[in-house]
Design a protein around this ligand. Structure first.
Ligand code: PRX
Length: 651
């Protein structure tokens, strides 16, 4: 890992809202005088009833619970829209760049967005939506996706966005788990010139026997592609919006009322519905957007994520809009139609800050610097990274080639569960080291503990935990509070377990080393190995499956699946293709296995537990006796030699 230091550029040090000394003092105060600190920070938001209490939280089993600003009331859409109207009503809120560069972009001012959200909130009410109802959103990257989120927030409905790359099967599971009554979708999505049949996928999901909760489907006409509308259930967005009043009183919500849930993968098979609050979450999204990216009015902000992931929630929609920003929303792919596209979009819209993922950088890097050099990028002042550890090589390319050495790199470490950035630089306050997310944000009491939970001081490596609550923390797992406690607070009692490993160097910089559980990170998307295993064993030919991560140049990690077939089934290329396709249809293209290795047996202990350590090594191509370690505790050690032998044929 690189230990080079990139000092704070002088212009940033001079004008940023936080300098080095201020950041250190602010951090200390956030921990030493948390109550006063957070009540003060809460003033960033417009409250209907301002809170008088900050945190009422405990990670201990006896009085476990997480609450912030619990006597405060507010409405999130008012914070993102109404409060900007007087001064910034004509400022662009959403700048939209279409998939096809030949098409015109669109923009919506705060006033226009406000009217659109109010209208759609009324449409939702007409469709029977009430406060607390769950509404599933399965949309392409078009402004109506943001409208849908904010309209739910306006009426106090809880949105659950499902990424457009998930299959009908996965969508149905997420609809059913939270008992959604309404689905908002589009005829089709577009990405890289290809069409994604969103409405047809919704139809397929709702046709499944177990998916019975949905009464209404609202469909945005995005491409004009042919779809089947089911009378009584399905309506067109544009038809429903015609003639609807552009004002809608905002529901008064408690700070602790859920704003949304978002399904994410864990180490067990079923994705968890991560529940975020209204007050604490919005404060966290807004504060971290302001501090990590030093957002200033007039700057064009571009978070190149998809709204289907938490990054899109916090940094395309809620954080930037709460801060009155101009947020760019891009429908397509960073490298389509050419590897220059991402930089052409920067130039076209004069983007000030770009926030993207290391996997995108690695893919672009491979295409050659000339695709970057032919664009100007003069507007860029700041570059962000998120989703996975950024390797120093990609960091240096981002800094030196894309940003021409001018733009600090803001590498933000966080998770769906944390709501927003937890460990990250601030451009005027943090000297950078390539590959390090640097220091904890205010109120984030990060610790490194060993396997027994003993806190490590100074330079050390181990498990990353957070020792106290912060406002943006998830509040529960939808419908399963016990699972919430068990998953995050029992491994190291009294602390939030992140599932990540980290190293802290002698200067106090944090370096995230990756997951320490059975979660893998594919192109910055989190995937539970158990989820892929469950999908594989559903196939009639499969007796058993074990999935591990493997190193991948572009994706960070790839999916490596070991499959044991039922007696009588023969391995073949055809079957390999069938199983790959099967996983795509069970979960979605993002779960496509990179390698399927047919394995007559899996390495198991005598008590029947699969030894994943060995499977990981074989997937990495580390097959020496030394790398594989002690196999004598296996029920049948010869399995390992078989796996190593058959590996040659697959990887
Ligand atoms: O392993 C960490 C990795 O992504 C995981 C969280 O994934 P998800 O909930 O999908 O959220 C992604 C967007 C925040 C973490 O447990 N991760 C995320 N950001 C970084 C990272 N690893 C290293 N450095 C990062 N900046």
């Amino acid at each position: 890992m690189s230990e080079d230091l990139f000092p704070i550029p002088a212009d940033w040090a001079a004008h940023a809202r936080m300098n080095q000394a201020a950041r250190a003092a602010d951090y200390r105060r956030s921990l030493d005088d948390g109550n006063a600190y957070w009540l003060e920070q809460a003033q960033r938001l417009d409250w209907i009833t301002p809170p008088t209490r900050a945190s009422d939280s405990s990670f201990d089993e006896a009085d476990f619970g997480i609450q912030w600003f619990a006597d405060g009331t507010l409405n999130v859409s008012v914070n993102c829209l109404d409060r900007h109207l007087a001064e910034r009503g004509d400022v662009t809120a959403i700048l939209w760049e279409p998939d096809d560069p030949a098409e015109a972009s669109r923009s919506l001012t705060y006033r226009e967005l406000h009217a659109e959200v109010c209208r759609f909130a009324n449409v939702l009410k007409d469709a029977g939506a009430r406060r607390g109802d769950r509404i599933t959103i399965y949309m392409p990257m078009i402004p109506e996706a943001a409208v849908a989120l904010l309209a739910c927030a306006r009426i106090g409905a809880i949105h659950s966005v499902v990424f457009g790359g998930f299959s009908p099967e996965a969508l149905a599971g997420r609809i059913t788990d939270c008992d959604s009554s309404i689905v908002i979708t589009a005829d089709e999505g577009r990405r890289g010139g290809k069409r994604v049949p969103l409405k047809a996928n919704v139809d397929a999901a709702l046709a499944l026997d177990h998916c019975t909760s949905v009464r209404r489907v609202l469909v945005v006409r995005a491409t004009g592609g042919a779809v089947v509308m089911q009378p009584g259930r399905d309506s067109w967005y544009d038809e429903a919006m015609a003639g609807v009043a552009p004002d809608c009183p905002a529901e008064v919500m408690n700070a602790e009322d859920p704003l949304f849930l978002l399904y994410t993968s864990g180490s067990t098979g079923k994705p968890k519905g991560v529940v975020h609050s209204s007050g604490g979450y919005l404060l966290w999204a807004s504060l971290t957007h302001a501090l990590c990216f030093d957002y200033r009015p007039g700057d064009v902000w571009w978070c190149a994520a998809d709204v289907g992931w938490v990054t899109g929630h916090s940094y395309i929609v809620y954080g930037p809009l709460a801060n009155g920003a101009t947020t760019l929303m891009y429908e397509g792919l960073p490298s389509w139609p050419t590897p220059s596209r991402i930089w052409e979009v920067v130039d076209r819209h004069q983007v000030h800050t770009l926030f993207t993922a290391p996997t995108v950088l690695r893919a672009l890097m491979k295409e050659g610097d000339h695709h970057v050099a032919k664009t100007s990028r003069a507007s860029l002042q700041l570059l962000g990274s998120v989703g996975e550890p950024i390797n120093p090589e990609a960091w240096r390319w981002y800094h030196g080639v894309a940003g021409e050495g001018r733009c600090p790199i803001i590498d933000t470490w966080w998770q769906t569960e944390t709501g927003g950035a937890m460990i990250a630089p601030m451009p005027g306050a943090t000297d950078l080291k390539p590959g390090s997310a640097t220091f904890p944000m205010p109120g984030v009491e990060a610790q490194i503990v060993d396997g027994e939970g003993v806190v490590q001081e100074g330079a050390s490596e181990g498990n990353l935990v957070i020792a106290r609550s912060w406002p943006g923390q998830m509040r529960t797992v939808w419908n399963d509070h016990e699972r919430f406690f068990q998953t995050y607070f029992t491994t190291f009692p009294g602390k939030y377990t992140t599932g990540d490993g980290a190293r802290r160097d002698a200067d106090g910089y944090y370096w995230i080393t990756g997951r320490v559980d059975d979660v893998i990170n594919v192109s910055g998307h989190r995937m539970g190995t158990a989820e892929v295993e469950s999908a594989l064993v559903l196939h009639a030919t499969v007796a058993e499956a074990a999935v591990v991560g493997m190193p991948h140049d572009i994706k960070g990690q790839g999916i490596y699946a070991y499959v044991t077939l039922n007696v009588g089934e023969e391995p073949s290329e055809d079957l390999r293709r069938t199983l790959t396709q099967w996983v795509r249809s069970e979960i979605g293209p993002i779960a496509t296995p990179d390698v399927i290795q047919f394995a007559p047996g899996l390495p198991k202990t005598r008590s029947g537990k699969i030894m994943r350590r060995i499977l990981r090594k074989i997937a990495e191509g580390e097959v020496s006796a030394q790398a594989l370690g002690d196999v004598s505790t296996l029920a049948d050690p010869s399995v390992v030699a078989d796996l190593v032998r058959s590996r040659a044929g697959v990887a």
